[in-house]
Design a protein around this ligand. Structure first.
Ligand code: C5P
Length: 316
């Protein structure tokens, strides 16, 4: 098939962790009412988008990732083209680095990158507001990636409030490489769930001084216990990783989302490096990274779009 003159966009799709996650109750729509604090980390997939006259293709460096409509990135492109009625197509190529099914939001981030990227490549001018309903329909974590940085997620976790104060920390991520089923973790939690709409931990945290490490001690992930019951072989890794990271100087440790990834926050690169070494000596694979602020998230997008010769339309 003949191709028009194309601009190839190599877009960044960053991973996230949940610094805190409160499950407040079950909603009428079957989802759970959440309060969560999202944080982008400097670990990314690349989503390469090459426009074509028609058709939609997807390839991926990870052979375990499906390359059809089961893939959220494929669905994002399909939904956007259908919604706008645009008679164009795109070749998508995913360079996967974010562990799959690990609570780091890789699939959701890839999908959001497709929405932002195609909006710019095809000059659709939908922007964050126009893309939001499409993102929301793809999955509860997708809207967050239209913003990035440190942000509060309410409702299903899809009502996003970027924070003015952004978390700055070194982060060590342990990805045991064992996917945990998010619906199964939520189902397990339901058995013991007591509605607690009045919980205010995350609100207290976001109104506290984010520069200090003491404030983090009130945060927790309500899914952690259910996730470790769902995947009991993870419990040992998490216990060991938590103890080693604390010993290396982590001021906060938590499971991300419904797992299986686990992380620690550190004030200094030296402590984070030490944690990675201690974990590796104990046979646990760990990645060192940094948190990524809202500003840096946007700047990396601006750079990617500039390289492709495309004007950013999503940044107001
Ligand atoms: O929206 P998404 O498909 O990413 O959600 C995956 C699953 O996580 C849902 O099917 C649901 O079981 C659970 N979930 C939930 N409440 C939320 C978000 C996700 O129950 N707020």
């Amino acid at each position: 098939m003949s191709r028009p003159r194309t601009t190839r966009l190599v877009a960044p799709a960053y991973a996230k962790v949940n610094l805190g996650l409160e499950v407040l109750g079950l909603r009428q729509d079957g989802y759970h009412e959440l309060r969560t604090l999202f944080q982008t980390v400097d670990l990314k997939d690349d989503v390469i988008m090459t426009p074509r006259t028609s058709g939609l293709t997807l390839t991926c460096t990870d052979p375990t990732v499906p390359c059809d409509k089961r893939n959220l990135a494929w669905r994002a492109a399909h939904d956007l083209l259908r919604y706008t009625g645009l008679k164009r197509g795109v070749d998508l190529a995913l360079v996967k680095r974010i562990p799959v099914g690990g609570g780091l939001g890789g699939g959701s981030s890839d999908a959001a990158a497709v929405l932002i990227g195609l909006d710019a490549l095809f000059r659709l001018k939908l922007g964050t507001t126009g893309l939001y309903p499409l993102a929301r329909r793809l999955g509860a974590d997708v809207p967050y990636f239209l913003f990035g940085g440190t942000a509060l997620g309410l409702a299903r976790g899809d009502e996003i409030y970027p924070l003015r104060r952004q978390v700055e920390a070194q982060i060590v991520i342990v990805a045991p490489g064992q996917p945990v089923s998010t619906p199964a973790v939520f189902r397990r939690l339901d058995a013991s769930l007591t509605p607690r709409e009045n919980s205010s931990t995350i609100y207290r945290f976001v109104s506290s001084d984010l520069d200090g490490s003491a404030g983090y001690q009130i945060l927790s992930n309500d899914l952690e216990r259910a996730a470790l019951e769902e995947a009991p072989e993870l419990a040992g890794v998490v216990r060991r990783a938590r103890a080693l990271m604390r010993r290396a100087g982590a001021f906060f440790t938590s499971l991300s989302g419904s797992g299986s990834s686990f992380f620690g926050l550190f004030g200094e690169a030296r402590s984070a490096r030490l944690a990675v070494e201690m974990l590796r000596d104990a046979g646990v694979v760990a990645h060192r990274s940094r948190t990524l602020s809202l500003d840096r998230y946007r700047r990396t997008w601006e750079r990617a779009l500039k390289v492709a010769g495309v004007r950013p339309t999503w940044i107001q």
